[in-house]
Ligand binder design. Structure first.
Ligand code: GAF
Length: 357
């Protein structure tokens, strides 16, 4: 039997943070970097044996694995096997080799890239639609690995298109293509090299606060509150959390329209307001990230914001093409001299969604 090869990209969220599990909106792109799963199917095997180019050794995953059995990096793969079987679909055995060029902990969704590549490889030829693949990948991460994330990363990895952003509505689970009119500007991603960990308690704590804020408003999710509904939450932490989520939803819609129209000043303003909101209302930034955002703006970025789950990770900046070289050359020194880890600066563009290669 010939080797099946599946590629799934990481994602860069342009705006719309912590809105997915609140049934709000986000505007991500798929990246050109991602994970590749090479799968040699063995109909006689009752295990999936996995190796990774970036890890030593191999991990044997039983096809009837259950949550808690496999931990560490291979738990994302075991979770895919488990979710497939739980959905009533066959999970084939064999050998699988993983390669990835998505930086881990950079807020660029290396885990969703891994899950989506694995699921695409395991279901090759089985006609599972992309929506169902995203849901399976999400179940693997939530119910097997145990991280209470939303569907942003999986939908972005599966639905991406070159030069196109996705406006995702997490209430209806629709994904609308937004052709990117970036004109004379680039998307620059600055990895703080202060890794974030979604499985650490802070992400889950934000999720719980949003559930509590919705309950305080008497709605099932914050999406059902009005845009100004946060004003009805009693002053304090929950009100700040709701304020971020509800105002972020409005910014996503503004940003999507601006991106499609090539209205870069409006897009940049939405990005800057989003960072302010994450810093002061959702409180998910760290000093290194705030310093990078401020430095990027001083070096010519018109818009800059943290991207991803927070507490580290990356900044996405909208930078006029003429300012990219200077920013790339100057920013790492400035950040390091301020006592933070030396960041990595990369220019990124929108790539294709997951596919067999
Ligand atoms: C992480 C999660 F995995 C996503 O579901 C999303 O909540 C994001 O953080 C924040 O917008 O990437």
């Amino acid at each position: 039997m010939s080797t099946i090869r599946a590629f799934a990209p990481g994602r860069l969220n342009l705006i719309g943070e912590h809105t997915d599990y609140n049934r709000g909106y986000a505007l991500p792109i798929a990246l050109t970097v991602g994970s590749t799963a090479e799968f040699d199917r063995d109909p006689a095997a009752d295990t999936l044996t996995v190796t990774s180019d970036s890890r030593d050794g191999q991990v044997e995953i039983g096809l009837s694995t259950t949550p808690g059995e496999i931990t560490g990096w291979a738990s994302y793969i075991a979770g895919c096997v488990w979710a497939l079987r739980r959905s009533g679909r066959p999970a084939p055995g064999g050998r699988m080799r993983i390669r990835s060029d998505v930086p881990v902990g950079a807020g660029l969704s290396s885990s969703a890239a891994l899950e989506c590549a694995v699921l695409l490889a395991l279901t090759a030829g089985a006609q599972v639609n992309r929506h169902d693949l995203a849901v399976l990948a999400h179940q693997a991460e939530n119910d097997y690995v145990g991280t209470p994330t939303g569907l942003l990363d999986q939908l972005a990895s599966l639905h991406g298109q070159p030069d196109t952003a996705m406006l995702i509505d997490f209430d209806s689970l629709t994904v609308d293509a937004v052709r990117m009119q970036l004109r004379e500007a680039e998307l620059v991603v600055i990895d703080s090299n202060s890794p974030h960990h979604n499985s650490a308690g802070d992400y889950a704590a934000r999720h719980r606060s949003c559930v509590a804020a919705a309950a305080a408003l008497g709605v099932e999710s914050l999406r059902q509150a009005s845009a100004e509904g946060w004003r009805d939450v009693p002053p304090g932490e929950l009100r700040k959390r709701a304020r971020h989520v509800l105002t972020e939803n409005t910014r996503v819609i503004t940003a999507a329209r601006a991106l499609a129209d090539g209205d870069l000043p409006t897009l940049a303003t939405a990005m800057n307001q989003s960072h302010f909101s994450m810093r002061y209302y959702f409180e998910i930034t760290i000093p290194a990230i705030d310093f990078i955002v401020e430095s990027a703006r001083l070096l010519g970025a018109t818009g800059a914001r943290m991207t991803g789950g927070g507490f580290g990770g990356s900044v996405v900046a909208l930078v006029p093409t003429g300012a990219v070289d200077t920013l790339t050359a100057t920013l790492p020194d400035a950040v390091e001299q301020a006592g933070h880890p030396r960041p990595t600066v990369r220019t990124m563009r929108a790539g294709a969604g997951a596919h067999l290669t």
